[in-house]
Design a protein around this ligand. Structure first.
Ligand SMILES: C[S@@+](CC[C@H](N)C(=O)[O-])C[C@H]1O[C@@H](n2cnc3c(N)ncnc32)[C@H](O)[C@@H]1O
Length: 209
């Protein structure tokens, strides 16, 4: 089985509590500010596709506070069960997004306004991050915006500094964002973006065509 699947199946019931109890430490410092940034950016009544929706905390807020329609996928069956129970009108399916090109996109509306990925994209290296972003904005909806909130740093030096400082918590199997180098890749694909640093470990990005 996919290692990540086992991890999140076992973590699903306690995941959200863990995030909120660790608001002052790596890697979740800034998560609540990130949630606010996303809720404030997204226009009411939008169609949202949540990549790695998890327990559905953010999407539920978008559903109740912004009257958004929610679609999403997650690798973990347990996460899908929790998010589906929480957001009654949502269409959420269990799917390994590594196979994003094989997803039956026809079951989702063509006019997805925002693809959101919070603490999701660090499962992909930079090359695959860009491939996914490019695929969504080329093949699924060129008018959509992608909103990313994730573990990341302004540049390589800061990433290395933190990797040394946080050696015990650091997960070498994950690919944390380096904003400066990612921005170069986005520019080379002629993609527009805005970014900001939310906390010492958390970055926010909006990307569009
Ligand atoms: C760190 S959690 C974040 C959940 C949620 N986005 C949030 O902000 O609370 C990452 C989520 O991505 C899901 N995930 C990891 N790899 C995935 C994959 N290959 N395809 C789909 N979902 C995946 C996990 O099951 C988990 O629910």
């Amino acid at each position: 089985m996919h290692d990540q699947k086992t991890l999140f199946e076992n973590w699903a019931d306690s995941y959200e509590k863990f995030v909120f109890e660790n608001q002052q430490s790596f890697p979740f410092k800034g998560y609540l500010e990130l949630v606010d940034a996303i809720i404030n950016t997204i226009e009411s009544q939008s169609n949202i596709f949540d990549l790695g929706i998890g327990t559905g905390y953010i999407s539920y807020k978008l559903y109740t506070e912004k009257k958004c329609q929610i679609y999403g996928v997650d690798l973990s069956e347990k996460m899908v069960e929790i998010s589906k129970n929480r957001i009654k009108d949502a269409h959420i399916i269990q799917f390994d997004f590594d196979n994003y090109q094989d997803l039956d996109w026809s079951v989702f509306p063509k006019d997805i306004n925002y693809f959101i990925g919070t603490y999701f994209f660090h499962h992909y290296n930079d090359e695959n991050k860009i491939k996914i972003i490019d695929f969504l904005l080329t093949h699924i909806n060129p008018n959509a915006k992608i909103i990313i909130g994730d573990i990341g740093f302004l540049n390589h030096d800061l990433l290395i500094e933190n990797k040394i400082r946080l050696a015990k918590e650091w997960d070498d199997s994950e690919y944390y964002f380096e904003l400066e180098s990612l921005k170069k890749s986005l520019k080379s694909k002629n993609l527009n973006f805005e970014s900001k640093v939310i906390s010492e470990f958390c970055i926010y990005l909006e990307i569009w065509k």
